[in-house]
Design a protein around this ligand. Sequence first.
Ligand SMILES: NC(=O)c1ccc[n+]([C@@H]2O[C@H](COP(=O)([O-])OP(=O)(O)OC[C@H]3O[C@@H](n4cnc5c(N)ncnc54)[C@H](O)[C@@H]3O)[C@@H](O)[C@H]2O)c1
Length: 243
Amino acid sequence: MTDDRTAIVSGAASGIGLATARRLAAQGWTLALVDLDAAAVKEAVDFPLEGHLVRATDISDPDQVSGLFAQVEAELGPLKAVANVAGLTVVEDGRIEDVSLEVFDRVVGVNLRGNFLMCKGAIPALRAAGGGAIVNVGSVASVLGTGGAAYVSSKHGLAGLTRQIAYRYAAENIRCSLVCPGPTDTPMIAIARAKGTVPAAPGAIPRDVTADEVASFIAYLVGDDAAMVTGSVHVVDGGMSQH
Ligand SMILES: NC(=O)c1ccc[n+]([C@@H]2O[C@H](COP(=O)([O-])OP(=O)(O)OC[C@H]3O[C@@H](n4cnc5c(N)ncnc54)[C@H](O)[C@@H]3O)[C@@H](O)[C@H]2O)c1
């Protein structure tokens, strides 16, 4: 199927990525749905997959990422948006003195290096389409020090990468923004809570964010209503990061 609005969504098998896929599909986007396991995407998605592409891609693997962009170019319409939602947190991540280099490399390898590869792949495709949007998913850990040392480093780094891309490519009508969820009701939050790195947040709305509340912001940012929104960091956290 070809459509003049094609988007890639990573992390589409679960949580915020799945909610983003639902939102964009309902708005008529043609999607490339990406996660580590294609079968898990097909099992999770509850809208018709006809016309969409489902592809197993590890975003931290350069060959798999370039294969993804080649397949999207060959099989779908001009790429107008990339929602980089995939990410991970691990229980072994905490105070820096307790974090091994292996854990640091693993977390940064996906959350920062993986999204570096996805953004790098996106630029030529968005340029060919006459411009478009990248939305990276950070975290309140992009703006606060709460979270493990590796996770906080990766998410702060992603904020910097987002701003750098916005600065460099604005003249080509390529936008790049960061959405920073607070604690969100997905499978990932259980890992963060097990680590004890989700602080009580006085003065914040006393519930978790829903995946769909984050997805609605991502859907806004990739769309034409956000045509002048780029280089900015948007928290969706019930007020957690204002204190
Ligand atoms: N849930 C929260 O409380 C929370 C808070 C702040 C930020 N975030 C961020 O939101 C994003 C989505 O998280 P979620 O809560 O939906 O978690 P989730 O665990 O439900 O979903 C993450 C998805 O990313 C996929 N993924 C992981 N590594 C991958 C890789 N190398 N290549 C491709 N896919 C990969 C997983 O398989 C999974 O389907 C992440 O970037 C996360 O850091 C989540």
